[in-house]
Ligand binder design. Structure first.
Ligand SMILES: *Cc1c(COP(=O)(O)O)cnc(C)c1O
Length: 455
């Protein structure tokens, strides 16, 4: 085994295509349904919101989808991203486990999100789009689409969940730096926002509400389309560059992961790292364990229902079958804003239902403890979202210590936390509490799931 702590790929070895898990699945994911008719949606239904190239990627069965050269050109600003062996963390834990992390925080906005923002902006520009609307939770997606949009000459309007807009002024400034307009959601600019404010004037917002606003604005104008930072098949596809690079880097390390871990909000960074490994499990009969880690306050995969639901609060999006807490579920305002979503990517949900991955939920104070331990050992402060993966990796490493087994653990450090130091300050000041989710609200939200005949 090599002694290195850092595995760097040459630019020439950056993957030239994205990997599509659908090609290797034993059964296709359930159809996406039109909210009005209940019939499977066709390309024409999605055309007001997305460019045709992305609609094509949403339904493609091809195993490999070529990465256009202009996208590769922007990727090369930070990719290939490094993979580290966390030797100092191993030492701090006194574990026989070998811990590796793929570090996506080296991107221009500090997370994995530009991996999909760049191709989304590119394909929109190719099809003559002038303006993109989107929502953002913690601000990572908004800043990533702002960054990518300006490369391709697009205006970007970002509806930002109000609680994050107030808590994260620096993310807002980053979006402005890249030239985007940032609006706190719920806003008075849309019917969806005005309806929420009429009922709940003090609403702190949610991703579901912000999505309704962004979709409404995009549907109104021909030159405007909508961009989503997670959940959809094409987003997960774009993120698979992470796992493909990691596979090559694990080979450089002369090792192979027994366990692959990612935090899961909408599911894209988890899918990005794990889908190439799930594909390998399916094709080659390998048994690499895949673990999705979600917040205990928004436990979509562990406490949600696998059912058809809307992606947003105002029931404007198509119906997708996914693990969901119900689109009326509003999670408590935990700091890991990127994990506050009521649903889970349909492809990740399908993989979970097929038994191709496991899920666990962890409380946020435990995550911050793990994040601080990781920062002290490895010198990188994890994003609050990423601390969920750190926590699960540390738990697995401690299990190895008990059992004396030496496993290889690979997790996705999906981003750094340097824009989220207020969350760390709150943690140090003892202000973070592990608020359980509201059981009554969950029951009500699940009761309100749309009635859809089984497909
Ligand atoms: C947005 C975000 C997440 C959650 O989104 P996924 O689609 O589940 O990956 C996780 N980590 C970071 C750093 C993020 O910015």
């Amino acid at each position: 085994m090599s002694d290195s702590v850092k595995y760097l790929l040459d630019e020439e070895h950056m993957p030239k295509s994205w990997y599509n898990l659908v090609a290797d699945l034993p059964s296709p994911p359930p159809a996406v349904l039109h909210p009005g008719t209940g019939q499977p949606v066709g390309p024409d239904d999605l055309a007001p919101l997305f460019p045709m190239a992305l609609i094509g990627q949403e339904v493609t069965q091809e195993r490999e989808v070529e990465i256009p050269e202009p996208v590769q050109d922007v990727y090369r600003q930070w990719r290939p991203a490094p993979l580290f062996r966390a030797r100092k963390l191993e030492k701090a834990l006194d574990t026989p486990a070998r811990i590796y992390y793929k570090y996506e925080g080296v991107s221009p906005t500090g997370s994995h999100k530009p991996n999909t923002a760049v191709p989304q902006a590119f394909y929109n520009q190719q099809e003559g789009v002038k303006r993109l609307t989107t929502e953002t939770g913690a601000g990572q997606w908004g800043s990533s689409i702002a960054y990518a949009g300006q490369y391709f000459g697009l205006e970007v309007d970002v509806y930002m969940v109000k609680v994050s807009y107030q808590q994260k002024p620096y993310r807002r400034a980053l979006m402005q730096t890249f030239g985007a307009r940032c609006v706190p959601s719920p806003s008075t600019e849309t019917n969806a926002g005005r309806a929420i404010l009429a009922q709940h004037p003090d609403s702190t917002g949610s991703l579901g509400i912000a999505i309704s606003e962004a979709v409404e604005m995009a549907a109104q104008r021909d030159d405007t389309k909508y961009a989503l930072g997670s959940v959809l098949n094409h987003v997960l596809l774009h993120q698979t560059i992470i796992g493909q690079e990691a596979m090559m880097q694990m080979e450089m390390a002369n090792d192979d992961p027994d366990i692959v871990i990612g935090c899961a909000g909408g599911g894209s960074n988890l899918a990005g790292l794990a889908f190439p490994y799930i594909g390998r499990n399916l094709r080659e009969g390998k048994k690499t364990r895949i673990v999705a880690v979600e917040p205990a306050s928004c436990p979509t995969l562990t406490r949600g229902r696998y059912a058809y639901d809307f992606g947003d609060t105002a029931s404007l999006t198509p119906l997708v079958k996914m693990y969901t807490l119900g689109s009326a579920f509003v999670p408590s305002p935990i700091h890991a804003g990127g994990l506050r979503y009521h649903g889970m990517a349909p492809l990740v949900s399908h993989a979970k239902a097929l038994g191709l991955l496991e899920a666990r939920a962890v409380a946020q104070t435990e995550c911050f403890k793990a994040g601080v331990l990781f920062a002290k050992a490895e010198g990188v402060v994890p994003a609050p979202e990423s601390t969920h993966a750190v926590k699960a990796a540390i738990d697995e490493a401690l299990k190895c210590k008990e059992s004396g087994e030496s496993k290889a653990i690979l997790f996705n450090l999906s981003g750094h936390g340097y824009f989220d130091m207020q969350a760390y300050t709150d943690f140090f000041d003892g202000k973070l509490v592990d608020e359980p989710y509201d059981e009554a609200m969950l029951a009500k939200a699940l009761d309100g799931l749309p009635d859809v005949a089984a497909e």
